[in-house]
Design a protein around this ligand. Sequence first.
Ligand code: T3D
Length: 266
Amino acid sequence: MSEPRPPVRVERDGALAVVVLDRPDVLNAFDEAMTSALTAAVRDAAADASVRAVVITGAGRAFSAGQDLRDRAASIERGAELHLGDELRRRYHPLVTAIREMPKPVVAALNGVVAGAGLGVACACDIRVASSAAVLRAAWARVGLVPDAGSAFFLPRIVGWGRALHLILAGEPVSADEALGIGLVTRVWPDDAFAASWRAFARQLAAGATEAIALTKRGLNAAWDRDLAAFLEIEAELQDRAGRTADYAEGVRAFLAKRPARFDGR
Ligand code: T3D
């Protein structure tokens, strides 16, 4: 008997880890196995010093259509009492937290359909780039749920309060160009050049000053719930550490020598 196909594949491209959601028949909907495999892949990438940037993308025509509703339909038909809060705590919250705590850039490469928790996962990533074929949808209202996977936390911070409420309450599909216009994604590339474009972009991130990027992310995360005085002290501590990295010394030397910096991530 052949081995079951893993729901998530991790491909290495030098210092870049590419995590591919791989259940294309159901538009990469998240079942139990896929959420746990994705969380494990994100944690592995965080722990692996040779990984300096991460891309999450989808196989086929979707990034992800969110929670696998066939699993939920089966429970509903059985008359089982659903405890979706527990599902979130057990499966989605560790995933979102692992992405947010990743000390390296995480890019969501939105290759197609993005809905529900798929949008939540994308919003937890640092940068969202989209194929011209991508369509994003806050699908929760249509199935009678509240936004989850951190979406109600991230979306207003990304697109602003009014737009977030419109996206969430109306549940309308948003094209890649519309998403670009409201800042939900920050690059759109033609579908036929999408894979090459995100890869070139992510390789650049992977060649960056990785330690400074980790400190940068820590500062930006801290800024969300601090007042200015508290944040400025954190900023000073972070810059103190960045200023002692080998990459900073290299960056200064490269500037004065009028050549590109060669960062090794330390
Ligand atoms: O439960 C908990 O743990 C709480 C967490 C909830 C988080 C959530 O994500 S709730 C929101 C779940 N997602 C959705 O409501 C989206 C459902 N999907 C759709 O509305 C549509 O598929 C799309 C608008 C995203 C795309 O439409 P379209 O026409 O391009 O594709 P399609 O024909 O609907 O889908 C293709 C196949 O994928 C189809 O299977 P089939 O008929 O070919 O055998 C469809 O059933 C399957 N599929 C799509 N989304 C899901 C799915 N199967 C399971 N779960 C899905 N979410």
